[in-house]
Design a protein around this ligand. Structure first.
Ligand code: SF4
Length: 245
């Protein structure tokens, strides 16, 4: 990675416009800013190229100006939703970019596991909090998670998104949803085939994913958990684990 200033944003990739493949904005055209670096190490992380320091030399330290210029270029100066993802985008200095972009009519969504909070959360349009279930090997710090909600001040549309691999994860998802009854909850079957960093997407077990999706739909309906929404990862159905789409 190039030498960076505190105000620089560590970028693993910027791409789009494509569609948002998951959660509350599924199907919506978006430009992605995927940042490099994460305070978690989930066992099944599907974005290792934006997490593992092994790929650090592929990340760029970009100024807010440079990121904004790239977003304008990709969107053809037409306001679009910008999805901030990672890694954990909450550890990056995004406040200026969000203010600048929203001033020009762009919308900003951020997805984070809820371990790090920032004052600028309140300036987002959409905040997706995605606590990681037991299969990730990570433990949720609910106090830190609550601080994220506190910083958001009820301003962005805020939702829960939880990946479910197995029964234990499902129980965790139910507990998390019960903790935050006012937040819409999106469930997503886990993808067991995380790609190597340069994967072309061919290796995804689509049949296995569909099986997991059907299992999750059955769980939710049999449980009469009628507030939960179950969604696949649309981009994985379309392009496998390919990067930059
Ligand atoms: Fe990967 Fe997200 Fe877990 Fe970070 S929080 S290791 S980006 S799955």
């Amino acid at each position: 990675m190039t030498n960076s200033k505190e105000t620089d944003i560590r970028v693993a990739e910027i791409f789009g416009p494509t569609i948002q493949g998951e959660g509350v904005l599924i199907g919506l055209p978006t430009v992605f800013v995927r940042t490099g670096g994460c305070d978690y190490r989930c066992s099944w992380c599907d974005s290792l190229h934006a997490v593992d320091p092994e790929y650090r030399d592929q990340w760029l330290a970009m100024s807010t100006d440079a990121v904004w210029t790239k977003i304008l270029e990709l969107s053809g100066n037409t306001p679009v939703t910008v999805s901030l993802s990672g890694g954990n985008p909450a550890i990056q200095p995004f406040g200026d970019l969000i203010r600048r972009g929203r001033g020009a009519g762009y919308r900003f969504a951020l997805e984070t596991q809820g371990s790090v909070s920032k004052d600028w959360f309140a300036e987002l349009d959409v905040l997706v909090l995605s606590p990681k279930p037991p299969s990730s090997g990570m433990e949720t710090d609910w106090a830190a998670f609550d601080t994220c909600l506190h910083k958001a001040q009820g301003k962005p549309e805020t939702v829960l998104k939880i990946v479910v691999f197995d029964e234990t994860d499902y129980a965790y998802a139910k507990e998390a949803a019960a903790r935050y009854p006012l937040l819409p909850v999106y469930l997503q079957p886990g993808n067991h085939t995380p790609p190597p960093a340069d994967d072309d997407g061919a290796a995804v077990d689509q049949d296995g994913l569909m099986e997991k999706m059907l299992w999750l739909v059955d769980k939710v309906t049999q449980d009469r958990w009628f507030e939960a929404r179950v969604l696949p990862q649309l981009h994985v159905l379309l392009w496998g684990n390919k990067r930059g789409v």
